[in-house]
Each structure stands twice: as C-alpha cells, then as structure tokens.
Design a protein around this ligand. Sequence first.
Ligand code: UDX
Length: 438
Amino acid sequence: MKIAIVGTGYVGLVTGTCFAEIGVDVTCVDTNINKIEALKKGIIPIYEPGLEEMVLRNAKSDRLKFTTSLESCLNDVEVIFSAVGTPPDEDGSADLSYVLEVARTIGRYMNKYKLVVTKSTVPVGTAQKVRKAIQDELDKRKVNIEFDVASNPEFLKEGNAISDFMSPDRVVVGVESVRAEKIMSKLYKPFLLNNFRVIFMDIPSAEMTKYAANSMLATRISFMNDIANLCELVGADVNMVRSGIGSDTRIGRKFLYPGIGYGGSCFPKDVKALIKTAEQNGYKMRVLKAVEEVNEIQKSILFEKLLKQFDGNLKGKTIALWGLAFKPETDDMREAPSLVLIDKLIKAGCSIRAYDPAAMEECKRRVGDNTIYFARDMYDAVLDADALLLVTEWKEFRLPSWAVIKKTMLQKIVLDGRNIYDRKEMEEQGFIYHYIGK
Ligand code: UDX
C-alpha cells in the first residue's frame, strides 16, 4: 500500500515512520525545504527516543521518502494523511488554513480515487470543510472523481511516541463509507497482532473524541493540583491521597500526579479550542474554564513557595533549576511551566542556573542566553545556589548524590515540583524540603 503523509511535524513524522516500519510505502511531504533536505540526510528536527534510527532504517530501504511537493506524489498514493499544524488563533480557536490548503492541493491535482485522512487535531466539522474544499477544486476543474474523507485523531505522547503508535490502547477512526473503512482496516491490520482495537465511528464523534480525551486528562491534572493545594492547608499528604483514590479502578492510577501544571502543545491548546467550539455553539464549558484557571495558578506554585521560604525577598538569590522542558524525554518548551517560573524569578531579582538534558537550546532560543546561566550538568547548576527547584522529572534527577550537592549549595533548600524525592531521606540529609501537596 502507498500512502502520503503531509506535514513532517511531530505527529506526521512519527506516523509516517511507523507505517513505513510495518511495510507501507510512505512519502512524507512538507513545504519547508530545509526540513525535507535535512530529513533526506537523516537529520531529525525533533528529539524523540528511537525515532532517528527508525527513520534512517526505513529511508535506507526506500520505504520512507521525503519531498516538498504533494503534487508530485499524489497520484502514486491511495491514502493521504494530513498532519499539518493547527496553531491556535488569537481567540483560541484552531487555525485551519494549513489543513484546508492541503485539501485544495489534493482537489487540484488528483486524478483517481483518494482517501483523505485528517490526523491533525481539528474542531468538529472540519472533515466536512475538507470535503468541500476538495469538491470545490474538482468542480473548478469540471471533473468528477470519487474520494472519501476520514478522521483518525492521534493520541501520541511526546517522548513515548513510537511505542504509543506501535502498540496503542486504541485507534479511533471516523469514516463515512464502507470503502474508507476497508482501507483503514487494512492499513492498521498489522497492529492487530498487538491485540488493540480499531474503533470505527462517524466523523464528528472521532473529531470530538480527541478533544474529549485530552480535556479529561487535563481535568484530572487540574483536579489533583487543586486537591494538592488543599492538602497543604489541611495537613494531608497528596501522595497518600493519590494512592488512596487511584486504587479505585473506576478512577485508576494514571494521570493523577500533581505538579506545576500541565504544558506542551496539546493540553493547553485543545482545552482552549474545546471551550471555543462550545462558545461558538452557544454553550459554556464551565468545568474546562476552571481547569484552565487552576493550571495558570499552578504554574506559579514553586515561585510562591520559594517566596515564602525567603520571607518575600528573593533579590540577589541564586536559584538552580533542574529541568526546563514541559515534561521529560522531550526538548519541547511549548507552554512549559518553567517559562512562567523563569520570568517570575528574573523579575524578582534572582540569578538562575539551569540544566536540562535536552531542552537548553530551545530555552535559549526563547529567553536568550544572557539572562540565565545554562549549566554543564545538574551538579554545575547547584553551585552556590540558595535553592534548588526540581521542574521536570527527568530520570537522571531521580537519584542525585545529595552528599555532593550539600557541599556545593549555599543553602540547603530543595523545592520539588514533581514530588519525586523522599521527604524523610531529604530531611536526614539536612535539607529543607518542600513538595507539592503536603
Ligand atoms: C498529550 C496526551 O497524553 C496525548 O494522548 C495527546 O495526543 C497529546 O497530548 P503530551 O502533551 O505529549 O501528550 O504529554 P503528556 O505525557 O500527556 O503530559 C502532558 C502534561 O501533563 C505535561 O506537562 C505533564 O507534566 C503533565 N502531567 C501529566 C501532570 O502534571 N500530571 C500527570 O499526572 C500527568
């Protein structure tokens, strides 16, 4: 089977590479010539464990190709996955201009049946707009060629994308015709070996599923952050409460970790877009509005704790940050809580020594490299620091040598934004230790 994937961003590149890995002939298309030239040389634009090897392997065997021209490969393929960006508009709604441009290009150049699958996260009703954009182009050409649209939302997590794609919990596909359903079944069949399900449904439901899933997960996080903040006030320990409630199978253990707020490219954007869709339909998403509000407040929680620790005066203090990315195993800084923290620390007159295993270049790009000292490693970051703030729970921060750190820090204060250390152990080492929710 031959397919094209338009958009070599996170979702597009992972999707294309994983389909190539199971034997599909894949052409990845992107208008960004630099990106395509780099990919042809095996240079991957994102940090994702395992992706580079997989791209190289499949490119070498010619199952994975790269081009800037959709037109040139369009009539060699039966299925086109559209995975272009849907950045938020100023008002929070998703900008569909890239999605619709892909549709128009397909309509302009197709000369036989195509199945056009939207993988990007798009508001309910987008598939119909895609259908219309293709049909309008066919009408302009005065030709009548059959095609189908489908919706196949993506549930990949950054840092775990390959295994999420190869052994997903489920694949959701919205279709309107038996022909489209058959093609999608065939394409995903190799994954059936891993015992997962393809759930077929109508297109609006598939489009809605993605927003509902991400919004539910974001709600769990904001809910737990609220509970954590209340735990602190009443003398409870949120870690205990989390195990207590998580053991109820109706609630489940995953995604109950309080912290410094969710970030990344999906949760903030999708929650906003769903609120907007509701507004456009005359409905108010009250729960999601609160989810957003809690998340904004939570991004400042470490700063507030630090302020309290130093009696409201942080001027001249040296603060070490471990982690900058919005979560581990990625260099992604989009909506990262660390950006809010950095801004507040600088305004309060602190100097910052930061270390992140992957996101320092990206952070430099965003905040400049003269406001922060980017450390060589985690130990360099804590040198002469008045406090250490654990921001992102990278594995290498889990078992540091506290004995060494103790000697190099000016004051032994650790604020843990991800609840990864043991309170007793920290206190035994002589640290003042705070975490979220106790
Ligand atoms: C998310 C969804 O999980 C994925 O299915 C969807 O396709 C894209 O959005 P991603 O943004 O890559 O994936 O990261 P995820 O691991 O879900 O984490 C999102 C944010 O929530 C991070 O900032 C993380 O630190 C935070 N988080 C997660 C918590 O604060 N607590 C938790 O218990 C879990």
